[in-house]
Ligand binder design. Structure first.
Ligand SMILES: C[S@@+](CC[C@H](N)C(=O)[O-])C[C@H]1O[C@@H](n2cnc3c(N)ncnc32)[C@H](O)[C@@H]1O
Length: 246
């Protein structure tokens, strides 16, 4: 269970300065409020009619962990023993849904929980690497922060984006509680939530703008912002396209 202060951070939209919006067929541009959060359920808990209409409207079909595992293994393998490089390597899950390529706390198709050691997400693999390669508390805090900063995702529908953010947050907080059995300093998890609120953002991937806005709209430019953690300066995502390492 998340406390309200964390939920509030996980609802922030860093481009608009408000909350993320629903951007679903029923509730389009309304912001998601704190009180709405309890009503958000993952796709596997939605009724069949909802699932069908979301598939029709937004091509919402989630990838099973067996498939994520095969693809993510191809990404991870080349790093070999260069574990620090792997922790810092940046990954983006485009149209991330509930973010199964980042962390697989549950099977996104069936909802079955997946134990930490069997998870297939890239953040999951980074956390297992940190557990294996580090032992000092300060190192663990430092590398987990770096791992979270390295993982990005964007999504159109606000409820999915909130679930993706919550999944990343819960993965990190469970890692400290259940795997490391370590209570991080008071400000650590709120800081993780802040990072997540920048790194998983709401965007229409066809316009690089928040859903239902674009650069020709009445309010002027609305290119989505993400954080460059090296310079601590926000950058327009659109300016990075084509610059990724091949
Ligand atoms: C096929 S699902 C994939 C989700 C997840 N990456 C996975 O593999 O399970 C596609 C996702 O893209 C989102 N989506 C659809 N159109 C989009 C757009 N124009 N921009 C961003 N996301 C979009 C949907 O809301 C949905 O969550």
């Amino acid at each position: 269970m998340l406390d309200d202060d964390i939920k509030k951070i996980l609802l922030l939209d860093r481009t608009t300065g408000g909350n993320i919006i629903w951007a679903t067929a029923e509730r389009s541009t309304q912001p998601i409020q704190l009180a709405d959060v309890e009503s958000i359920v993952p796709r596997h808990e939605k009724n069949r009619a909802d699932q069908k209409s979301r598939t029709r409207a937004r091509a919402e079909i989630f990838t099973p962990p067996e498939v994520c595992r095969i693809q993510n293994n191809l990404i991870v393998a080349p790093y070999g023993n260069r574990w620090q490089e792997f922790i810092d390597a940046k990954f983006l899950e485009i149209t991330c849904g509930e973010a199964p390529y980042i962390t697989s706390r549950y099977n996104a198709v069936t909802g079955a929980p997946i134990p930490f050691t069997e998870r297939v997400g890239l953040l999951d693999e980074k956390l297992r690497t940190i557990e294996r390669e580090t032992s000092a508390v300060a190192d663990r805090l430092e590398f987990v922060t770096r791992a979270v900063k390295s993982i990005y995702g964007y999504e159109f529908q606000g409820d999915n984006l909130f679930l993706a953010r919550r999944n990343v947050f819960e993965t990190v907080s469970e890692f400290f509680r259940d795997e490391l059995r370590l209570k991080p300093p008071e400000d650590f998890l709120p800081h993780v939530a802040e990072i997540i609120s920048w790194n998983l953002w709401q965007m229409d991937g066809l316009t690089n703008s928040p859903p239902f806005t674009d650069n020709a709209n009445l309010f002027g430019g609305a290119n989505c912002l993400i954080m460059d953690w090296a310079t601590r300066e926000p950058v327009e995502f659109v300016t990075l396209i084509g610059r990724a390492r091949r």
